[in-house]
Design a protein around this ligand. Structure first.
Ligand SMILES: [Zn+2]
Length: 237
């Protein structure tokens, strides 16, 4: 069984981009940890305390563990301090796979989180960098989509786990529930946003012969052991 580390800038990033993939992998017995760089304390709706409770509820729905690094929302930098903090988590958990947001996104925190994941995944394997815990270079680093999409390097069929993705997103009530008088309108609680996420998952699914799939991008070429590791749409021409 593999250990998987999924990193987001804010609680809900991982759910948006790869909640179905988290659910699919925990259902198969893999250990998944969701790591939020910040507590999303600057979000328009919800306090840090409310968001922390929602984040734990969402992780429980997906069967994942959850931690946060406590970096400042909309203020963290990709520097020695933040790289060392993420390196420490990578060396402690020793994941086979690390995931972060895709590097093109309208939110600067997502772009920085993407860079931080790239840098820390590399630095964690450099023994003389921040000596302490044993070095560990995750064999695979991949990137999931939040506000954008590109041609994925691969997609994961999440059709059987889609209800849990939606339930995990709904658990982030302060972010996705636009109740009059309770929440202020944001791009996130605009119903079009959830439609966008579902449309993207449906598109990647339809292109590969399933109902819902989540897409991922890798920077390098990935090697597979056998042609049979690739399962395309059955009966396609
Ligand atoms: Zn975010």
């Amino acid at each position: 069984m593999a250990t998987i580390l999924a990193v987001g800038a804010h609680p809900d990033d991982v759910e948006i981009g790869m909640g179905g993939t988290v659910a699919a992998h925990t259902a198969a017995g893999h250990e998944v940890t969701i790591l939020d760089l910040t507590r999303g304390e600057l979000s328009t709706n919800g306090t840090a305390r409310e968001r922390a409770a929602e984040a734990l509820e969402a992780a429980a729905i997906l069967g994942a563990a959850r931690e946060d690094l406590g970096l400042p929302d909309l203020g963290f930098a990709v520097d020695g301090e933040s790289v060392r903090a993420l390196v420490d988590v990578i060396r402690r958990l020793r994941p086979a796979i690390v995931l972060g947001p895709y590097w093109e996104d309208r939110h600067p925190d997502h772009v920085r989180c993407s860079r931080l994941v790239t840098e820390a995944a590399f630095a964690a394997g450099v023994a003389k960098f921040a000596p302490g815990r044993a070095a560990h270079r995750p064999p695979l680093t991949a990137y999931y989509f939040i506000n954008t999409e590109a041609v994925p390097s691969f997609v994961i069929d999440v059709s059987a786990h889609y209800e849990r993705k939606l339930a995990a997103l709904a658990a982030h009530r302060t972010q996705f529930d636009r109740s009059p008088g309770h929440s202020r309108g944001t791009p996130l609680n605009d119903p079009n946003f959830l439609s966008f996420v579902q449309s993207r998952d449906r598109l990647f699914g339809a292109k590969t012969g399933v109902t819902f799939a989540e897409g991922f991008v890798c920077r390098g070429l990935q090697r597979i052991a056998s042609l049979t590791d690739l399962t395309g749409p059955a009966g396609s021409e």
